[in-house]
Design a protein around this ligand. Structure first.
Ligand code: MG
Length: 257
């Protein structure tokens, strides 16, 4: 009898608490999301983007091996074509978290196979080289894999040697392709240890290929991923050392988050 009474009291209290809850308890009015005007067409830069390349100049970029050089990549018909002799380029600006749009084309006469066929790469944060590796950073792979096969965690849209793309959304060489990337940089403690890892969401030609993938560290060619403390970094585009015909980029913009 006592038990039933207690249960009845508990039910009455619960109903009472629920009755006090109002819809506005869970409705927030601030901070107000910033209004951004979308561009007409799906790929042009929106109003708040930093345009990194619009076809007219490469002012936002510098050669990795010679930052002061006026020579960069080849500006051809509103595109910038990889210069294998001049090497990698990186943004002059530094970034932490961002949304990136970038387009590329692999020439229709591309030759080679495996990793040596239109290889480039978007280093979402360029890092200083690690011993035993010529370069470091977090690479989103660019490669011709329309029919060309290679290790899946090294094919186009992979986070190099860490995560194969969810699908192969590649178009054939000779067609413009796009990446849209949401990059969340790793956060480090003051003592250099990792606080939170990097993560990435990416769309290839509008199709989800990386869904909030959490990185195990950088993406070295040889060896295991590692995290080494860093802050805001440049975005790097790779001039890969293979012999196949160089690829070109256009319409690059970024929205720091
Ligand atoms: Mg590459």
């Amino acid at each position: 009898m006592k038990k039933q009474l207690l249960l009845a009291i508990a039910i009455v209290i619960t109903i009472g608490l629920h009755a006090q809850a109002k819809p506005e308890d869970t409705e927030f009015y601030t901070p107000v999301p910033k209004k951004v005007t979308p561009a007409k067409g799906i790929t042009a830069a929106p109003s708040d983007a930093i345009v990194l390349f619009n076809g007219t100049n490469m002012d936002e970029w510098e050669l990795l091996k010679n930052p002061g050089s006026v020579e960069k990549w080849d500006l051809i018909d509103g595109t910038m074509r990889v210069s294998k002799t001049n090497g990698d380029i990186q943004t002059k600006r530094l970034f932490t978290n961002y949304q990136l749009h970038i387009e590329y084309i692999i020439p229709s006469n591309v030759t080679g196979s495996g990793q040596a066929r239109g290889n480039s790469g978007i280093f979402l944060a360029m890092l200083p080289p690690r011993p035993g590796n010529g370069e470091s950073g977090y690479e989103l792979q660019v490669l011709d894999n329309y029919t060309n096969t290679t290790y899946v965690n090294g094919q186009v849209g992979s986070i190099y040697k860490q995560a194969a793309p969810l699908v192969n959304a590649a178009l054939p060489a000779g067609e413009w392709q796009s990446f849209d990337v949401i990059w969340t940089a790793p956060v480090f403690n003051a003592d250099g240890t990792l606080k939170t890892p990097a993560s990435v969401t990416a769309l290839h030609n509008g199709i989800l290929i990386q869904n909030n993938f959490v990185l195990r560290g950088d993406t070295p060619y040889v060896g295991q991923p590692e995290y080494v403390k860093h802050g805001a970094r440049p975005i790097k585009l790779q001039a890969h050392g293979d012999k196949s015909e160089p690829i070109s980029y256009r319409n690059i913009w970024v929205r720091p988050l």
